[in-house]
Write a protein that binds this ligand. Structure first.
Ligand code: NDP
Length: 400
């Protein structure tokens, strides 16, 4: 029987645990461990009520490799699903190597004292995982994750050569709060306030934060202003797509959100370095996280939809082709199903599917992999089956 260890008990974890629990034939036993055990217990209670399955819960500080090693030895899972924070990625990978267990995450490693996410730290584990006969699957969320799979599917079935990719991400939902982030506030704000970057003809071009924007008509939502940002899947996709000339990432933000963000930046409360306050050292962005609504708490009154996809241009049989592959997800529906909003849902479902691909042997191979390096077909089938149906359209206008 397959046992999995899920680490982290936030918004994404709630979805992963529910989705794994609804497939007992794949996920025979589930252990949920996180820094605050009561949060694991709350998720376990929800799963018991909705699906009548028991989840084992444990307290764990995953920054401590030996603590994770001890927990893995106690429960002997086949796979660790890391939905804690990017800061824990390397420590959890180390624990997996020491105990001989496969690994999966949804966000690439980021050092705590520098707002910089890059794959180089995790790619450096390639030989260690290969030699141990273990698999590490990186970025099995929505973006990264499903967006990579959409590109892999396009490369396999729709194009001979892919030239331009624009990943477009819209949350058209409304949670009724003046300002809140949809996933971990600290990680989210660090990402959004970073310089924009995109890849063109082999070079990285950089832009001032949120300085480039344009309107885009998102299916299911309507026209919204989207902003050019750096996002981690660009780093692997620019290496894995044949013939690529340019890849960019865009995300929508409302004016109200941007105004709050600007003020917070100007007054210094998004800083990630330590400041002295009443004889104590505090990191302003960590304090800000404590003030902002817990992303999970937004779910109950969230209305509207997310609409995320890839506009892809290239050649098929010598002809220019442009396709848009996307998913639309409704906040109220995901709340009804698992008690979570759509951002957590669109991340948690692909994490479960990635885990299923490894446990059922469809993707299992030794080494460290980004998701577009694996066969997209069974994953695309499962997206339709487990709550994230996708659509492909001929797309008339290119992203400027
Ligand atoms: P949350 O902040 O809601 O949850 C994070 C959880 O990790 C919390 O339960 C937290 O515990 C726990 N945690 C933090 N540090 C440790 C530690 N040292 N040891 C054990 N547990 C720890 O985040 P989200 O659920 O919103 O996001 C989870 C992950 O998903 C993040 O890495 C995020 O970047 C990623 N993500 C990926 C997306 C994608 O599409 N690929 C989209 C959205 C998110 P505590 O409650 O005690 O703080």
């Amino acid at each position: 029987m397959n046992k999995v260890l899920i680490i982290g008990a936030g918004g994404v974890s709630n979805v992963v645990v529910h989705k794994c629990a609804s497939l007992p034939e794949v996920f025979g036993e589930i252990v949920l461990a996180s820094r605050t055990k009561s949060k694991c217990d709350t998720i376990a209670q929800g799963v018991k009520q909705r699906l009548n399955r028991d989840i084992i819960t444990e307290a764990l500080n995953a920054d401590n490799v030996q603590e994770t090693v001890a927990l893995i030895k106690k429960h002997q899972p086949k796979l660790v699903i890391n939905v804690a924070l990017p800061y824990q990625d390397l420590a959890i990978m180390d624990a997996c190597l020491e105990t001989g267990v496969d690994y999966l995450d949804t966000a690439n490693y980021e050092p705590k004292d520098e707002a910089k996410f890059e794959y180089k730290w995790q790619w450096a584990y390639q030989d260690k995982f290969k030699n141990a006969g273990l698999m590490a699957l990186l970025g099995s969320g929505f973006d990264p994750g499903v967006t990579n799979i959409f590109c892999a599917y396009a490369q396999k079935h729709l194009f001979d050569e892919i030239h331009y990719v624009d990943i477009v991400d819209c949350n058209g939902g409304d949670h009724g709060k003046a300002f809140a982030t949809n996933f971990n506030p600290e990680i989210n704000i660090r990402e959004i306030t970073a310089r924009g970057r995109y890849w063109e003809n082999g070079n990285w071009e950089s832009t001032d934060p949120l300085s480039v924007n344009q309107d885009f008509d998102f299916p299911g939502v309507g026209t919204r202003k989207m902003y050019l940002m750096y996002h981690e899947e660009l780093e692997s996709l620019c290496q894995n797509l044949k013939g690529l000339k340019r890849i960019r990432f865009w995300m929508t933000f409302g004016q109200e959100y941007l105004t709050h963000l600007r003020v917070m930046q100007n007054i210094g409360i998004t800083r990630i370095d330590e400041v002295e306050y009443k004889g104590q050292k505090i990191v302003p962005i960590e304090f800000l996280k404590a003030l902002l609504p817990d992303p999970g708490s937004l779910a109950e009154n969230y209305t509207g939809k997310t609409s995320i996809g890839c506009v892809i241009e290239g050649l098929k049989d010598g002809k220019k082709v442009r396709k848009f592959i996307y998913n639309i997800c409704d906040h109220a529906e995901t709340y009804k199903e698992v008690g979570s909003q759509a951002i957590s849902y669109t991340t948690g479902v692909p994490a479960m599917i990635g885990a299923k691909m490894i446990l059922t042997g469809k993707w299992k191979q030794a080494g460290v992999y980004n998701i577009e390096q694996l066969d997209p077909d069974p994953f695309m089938d499962d997206l339709n089956k487990y709550g994230l149906p996708w659509h492909i359209e001929e797309w008339s206008s290119s992203v400027k």
